[in-house]
Design a protein around this ligand. Structure first.
Ligand code: HEM
Ligand code: HEM
Length: 135
């Protein structure tokens, strides 16, 4: 079957992206156990992450002011006994890019990649900084 890829332009597109991405994350050898261990209510997590990426990619939706990902990931790092590494972020980005490339193509798609890459740097740096600062 031939499927024409398009850009991310509606919340429905973001929802497809988020759901397909987390389906891969949950099956991933090293990411899966962390996400499945920490997240109890997947339906609301997926809605929340759709809000996040709709806000970032499309600048719309109910996400504005609702997110502060740095403390959330410091807490995830504590949950894993400080075992988050750069490899986790590398794997996360690989799954994000491959999901985007499966379904989408275009300016917003490129921005979704670039923004995640930037966030990965910041989140990893702040996790490491947090360990040193004994938060
Ligand atoms: C933890 C790190 C980050 C978080 C939580 C974050 C969060 C957000 C959010 C919530 C938005 C949508 C808000 C809006 O459009 O007004 C956004 C958009 C954007 N972000 Fe980030 N961001 C992060 C890192 C970065 C970095 C490091 C850069 C660039 C060096 C960047 C560049 C942008 C750009 C260019 C937009 C689009 C603005 C627009 O077109 O309206 N972000 N980000
Ligand atoms: C650039 C890479 C990443 C981005 C953009 C990202 C983004 C996010 C966002 C926006 C949330 C929701 C925060 C909230 O509910 O307020 C979240 C939650 C979460 N992230 Fe990430 N994340 C990234 C990498 C990772 C990695 C590498 C891991 C694990 C190794 C991870 C584990 C989690 C978990 C377990 C949650 C759920 C926390 C909870 O609800 O208790 N994330 N992430």
């Amino acid at each position: 079957m031939y499927k024409i890829r398009k850009d991310i332009v509606h919340r429905d597109d973001v929802s497809l992206l988020v759901r397909s991405f987390y389906a891969k994350v949950r099956r991933h050898e090293t990411l899966g156990p962390i996400f499945n261990g920490k997240i109890e209510d997947w339906d609301s997590h997926l809605e929340r992450l759709t809000d996040f990426w709709e806000m970032v990619i499309l600048n719309s939706g109910p996400g504005a002011g609702k997110f502060n990902p740095v403390p959330v990931h410091k807490e995830v790092d504590r949950f894993t006994q400080n075992s988050i590494t750069q490899a986790h972020f590398g794997n996360w980005l690989e799954l994000w890019f491959s999901t985007l490339d499966t379904y989408f193509y275009g300016t917003n798609t490129d921005f979704a990649k670039e923004h995640a890459r930037r966030m990965a740097h910041i989140l990893f740096f702040r996790i490491m900084e947090g360990r040193g600062a004994k938060v």
